[in-house]
Design a protein around this ligand. Structure first.
Ligand code: URA
Length: 240
């Protein structure tokens, strides 16, 4: 099988994703209802069941990753953590010093603030999933380079396909520009919904907002972030 060929699971997922969009369109039309039998809905659930095993398999495939130069300087690969069935995934840029030491995302000062933002959403870290665009710390906390992002991104996409969240929050410029494939800056993109197409044909709603590290330096911007996360709460059915 060539590298560009989808696997049969990806192909099946794409077909079912298109079918789901088609049925959703008819469901929302005034002229009738579309009934899905229990058997069909069970089949759909089975195909897309987001299981911890999926994430475990992705982590296993990364192994002691040496796919890019970031491997040289890292202490720990930071895969991501949280619920494998989360409605909400938060995506940062890449591990910093503390994250590299502990092998966990957002555990430094910016992470403390992110944890408070998650709590303000009436959630906690175990109920969301937190990941980064790159899984290894860029030296001196520089921005990850395009080749490093390109190497790592397929694994994040696979994590998103395994979790099937209802919304993704991108934190700051790097994850926002990367996932939305744009050069536009965070100030213009935040506060509005965007759509990310996953390789399996599904889509996920994306809300960009400011990075918590930026908020630590610009406390006045917290009200914009609160505005953005309220939109997310509304979208995933949480009361603000
Ligand atoms: N900043 C990020 O973007 N990600 C982390 O995990 C920590 C800090």
């Amino acid at each position: 099988m060539s590298m560009d060929q989808p696997t049969s699971r990806q192909a099946a997922a794409r077909v079912v994703g298109l079918l789901a969009d088609y049925l959703e369109f008819y469901r929302t039309q005034p002229f009738g209802r579309v009934e899905i039998s229990e058997r069909t809905s069970g089949l759909l659930d089975g195909l897309f069941a987001p299981t911890a095993e999926d994430l475990t398999a992705i982590r296993a495939e990364l192994g002691d990753c040496q796919r890019c130069a970031l491997a040289e300087g890292r202490t720990n690969l930071v895969f991501g953590e949280g619920s494998a069935t989360a409605d909400l995934v938060l995506v940062g840029e890449g591990p910093g010093f503390e994250e590299d030491v502990q092998g966990r995302p957002f555990v430094g000062r910016a992470g403390e603030l992110l944890t408070k933002i998650i709590a303000a959403m009436t959630l906690d870290r175990s109920r969301v999933y937190i990941a980064n665009i790159v899984k290894c710390r860029p030296p001196g906390n520089r921005d990850p380079r395009p080749d490093e992002i390109a190497t790592c991104l397929p694994f994040l996409m696979r994590q998103l396909m395994a979790i099937v969240p209802r919304a993704v929050i991108t934190l700051g410029n790097v994850p926002t520009r990367t996932l939305l494939r744009t050069e536009t800056g965070i100030t213009r993109l935040r506060g509005h919904w965007h759509r990310l197409a996953l390789p399996d044909g599904r889509t996920v709603d994306v809300m960009p907002t400011f990075h918590p590290a930026f908020l630590l330096r610009n406390a006045a911007k917290k009200k914009e972030v609160w505005h953005d996360v309220q939109l997310v709460m509304d979208r995933i059915g949480l009361k603000s």
